[in-house]
Design a protein around this ligand. Sequence first.
Ligand code: FAD
Length: 488
Amino acid sequence: PQSVAIIGAGVAGIATAVRLAVQGHRVTVFEAQESFGGKMHQLELPGGYRFDGGPSLFTLPHLVDELFQLAGRNPHDYFRYHRLDPITQYFFADGTRLTAWADEERFAREVEEKLQVPVAEVLAFLRRSGRAYEATAGTFLQKSLHKAGTYLSPDVLKALAALPQLGLTSTMHQRHAAAFQDPRLVQLFDRFATYNGSDPYQAPATLSMIPHLEHGLGAYYPEGGIYAIAQSLVRLAEELGVEFRYREPVLEILTAGKRVSGLKTSLGTYDFGLVVSNMDVVPTYRRLLPHQPAPERTLSQPRSSSALIFYWGIGQRFPELGVHNIFFSQDYRREFEAIFREKTIADDPTVYVNITSGHTPTDAPPGHENWFVMVNVPHDQGQDWPTLIKRTRAAVLARVSQALGTDVASLIRAEQVWDPPGIEARTSSFGGALYGSSSNNTLAAFLRHPNFSGQLPGLYFCGGSVHPGGGIPLCLLSARIVSDLLKN
Ligand code: FAD
């Protein structure tokens, strides 16, 4: 057993702490903020509204269960969830409404009825997405891509061989446009590029496997909301003896000779032979390792998108809305050009509204709802955010008011905003990007930073800015890879 320090109590840092404690290590987590969760935090607004601050969609729940099982616990004693059905309510710009049911055949029948696309075409697409996921996900997401041994295993060779036919030369949008003539269905599937902060008009067609996560494997709702994931894992970690030190930012990773020797924090210095950084990899190098050579090529990969979020306490209930609601823009291509090429927000952005009070009634007073209203935006590059926020707020209100036939502005009882500079300030994510680097190019999977340092023995990395990528499931997998590396 060794003493391990983890920098940051984001979901990946907490999951790494659990795994390393189970392996018998003494684990200390240093967290800059007053509490755990990072992007996965919660907030409350006056009037009795609770919100999940960041992530809202939850897939692959067994990756959370697995942590409790590893520690010999029954997951249901800590954390419960149920499969969402329906998954999403879609509102298209032309007024068409469509419900994404959990059952693939029921969803396909809904698409046929509302968009006149034959059931068989929809099912064929979903099954192809499923096969692509099965062929590659195990490999690219669950192993370190940066250890030679990975490339000796048969399943890895099989997955690499499958890549070209999964579409390395075409984009996600081209794949969807070839599969469907109806532009609304193309837009619906293109949206899945945003699940890792990418642009469907640039990202490779391999990402067309993402819909399988939701439509094939299921979207889930944790009892009490997404924050329950962080809460229950911290409870488990503390039971396993992990020490959490809040309000103690790490200022420097110390080295002796050519290896990691400890940490300097706001409160003192500590000896540690093993350090895992859950801080975004860019500031980990720039701020905590100023004297070490940084992997410039990796760090300069284009960032993923960020988000602009309005948390609104709404003084009315909308039975036509569910947990996940999408109000699509008229011109999707324009929207991504604005984000990724012009570094701004389109005049008519797609709006995502997450409402948890229907499933967790204590999240809003009776007769009210808690609206988490999000627009995809570029990461912070010094834009004039106050002006963009004002303009976007008006566009969002116009869009949802038109779709719902109600003046939503007059229903707002409480409000808070989170923008890219705010996301960076709270979590240290470079530019406030939600998912580290984007997947807008074919080699993105290989250009993410590995889960270990090639230069400094004893230094490891977990979290959304390193391999295998951002989002809750991938963050949990990064924790698994780090703990596997430490077993060797
Ligand atoms: P983070 O959450 O980034 O946490 C890092 C932690 O490290 C923070 O607590 C920070 O304070 C701490 N820290 C940083 N530097 C230091 C330091 N020097 N010393 C001490 N502590 C430090 N994912 C999904 O799966 N589904 C979604 O629907 C989804 N939607 C999202 C919506 C929004 C608005 C956002 C912001 C994110 C969303 N994501 C979603 C992405 C998901 O939230 C992230 O990928 C994931 O939570 C990142 O976890 P992490 O472990 O990488 O670290």
